[in-house]
Design a protein around this ligand. Structure first.
Ligand code: MN
Length: 327
């Protein structure tokens, strides 16, 4: 792994960048992309930013219209690709193009074995990749402005759940305060991220909550939504990964899980914990993430997957072990 100084030096010495984030972009992914995009543009660098998937429709930060959408035809050519907030494999439909880049820089804060790229900076102790980009811009001597501040602040708000998650600390709040001083509207930014839901989603949420399941005296709580349910409520299943935050609200919950059948036979598992390490549980099922917030993509019959995962999670709560194979 490289130091942030080495990343800064590399960016300083090169030109012509394409910045990409993860599939199903979230506020931290987008904030990191745009913060770095505006910063490098300010340095006079040629820079583009590309996403495989469309953005959440209700965000109104400056610069979101600069993000280009590409599918499998994406090819970086001579440009250096900078992957932020994920590993290069998680960039969705553009990932094979990303992995073919002549030069690849990876900046992330997700726990994993090792990064992929010519330069890699992975800092799981950071609350958001947007915080890393804040530090990087500072090392590059780039002065902040309202556009950069909006992107980075929104990224921090997204990954800290509006400063409610365990990754919130005094330094994160100081950085957020400095960014807010650029004339941001924190109430509007938070509402766009967390509280602008279409009617169909709220009705689906009601359905999912009324079918909430628990085990282990409520230490384990889960909900599952089938592809047919999503169709019935007219909701895009990929735009509902925040369902899990509602399951986590149960007072007794140690592990909260949501199973979303986003297309027939393809199930996204979202995991949240208040103290237990659910990154280990996600890795067991081929996924990953943070200690208290992780996920995996599963293939198979929804009910069978729910049964397999919940019994593994029950054992994990009881014994602290996932299975005999170790994790
Ligand atoms: Mn993030």
């Amino acid at each position: 792994m490289n130091s942030l100084e080495q990343i800064a030096q590399f960016l300083h010495d090169h030109d012509d960048f394409i910045i990409v984030g993860h599939e199903g972009p979230d506020p931290d992914s987008l904030g990191s992309m745009l913060g770095l995009y505006f910063g490098l543009t300010k340095l006079g660098k040629r820079c583009r930013t590309v996403s495989a998937d469309p953005l959440p429709p209700y965000l109104s930060w400056p610069g979101l219209d600069q993000i280009e959408f590409r599918g499998e035809e994406f090819s970086p050519g001579e440009s250096t690709v900078i992957v932020v907030d994920c590993e290069p494999q998680r960039t969705g439909a553009i990932s094979s193009g990303v992995l073919q880049a002549k030069r690849l820089v990876n900046i992330d804060h997700h726990q994993r074995g090792r990064g992929v790229g010519d330069l890699v900076y992975v800092a799981p102790e950071e609350a958001a990749t947007s915080v890393i980009i804040y530090r990087l811009l500072s090392k590059l001597g780039i002065s902040l402005d309202k556009e950069i501040a909006t992107a980075l602040y929104a990224g921090i708000v997204g990954d800290t759940g509006s400063f409610r998650h365990a990754n919130t600390n005094s330094e994160v709040l100081r950085i957020a305060g400095e960014l807010m001083d650029f004339g941001l509207e924190p109430a509007r930014i938070a509402r766009e991220i967390f509280a602008m839901q279409p009617l169909g989603f709220l009705r689906l949420l009601g359905f999912a909550l009324s079918n909430l399941q628990t085990a282990q005296d409520g230490k384990l709580v889960w909900m599952s939504v089938s592809y047919g349910d999503f169709l019935r409520y007219g909701v895009d299943p990929e735009a509902t990964d925040h369902l899990v935050t509602y399951a986590r609200m149960l007072d007794s919950a140690e592990i909260a899980m949501v199973f979303r059948e986003v297309s027939p036979g393809l199930v996204r598992l979202g995991l949240r914990a208040n103290n237990v390490d659910v990154a280990a549980l996600a890795r067991h099922f081929g996924g990953g993430g943070h200690r208290l917030a992780s996920g995996a993509t599963l293939h198979g019959d929804l009910e069978e997957l729910v049964s397999t995962v919940t019994s593994t999670a029950e054992r994990y709560i009881l014994t602290g072990e996932i299975d005999g194979r170790g994790n």
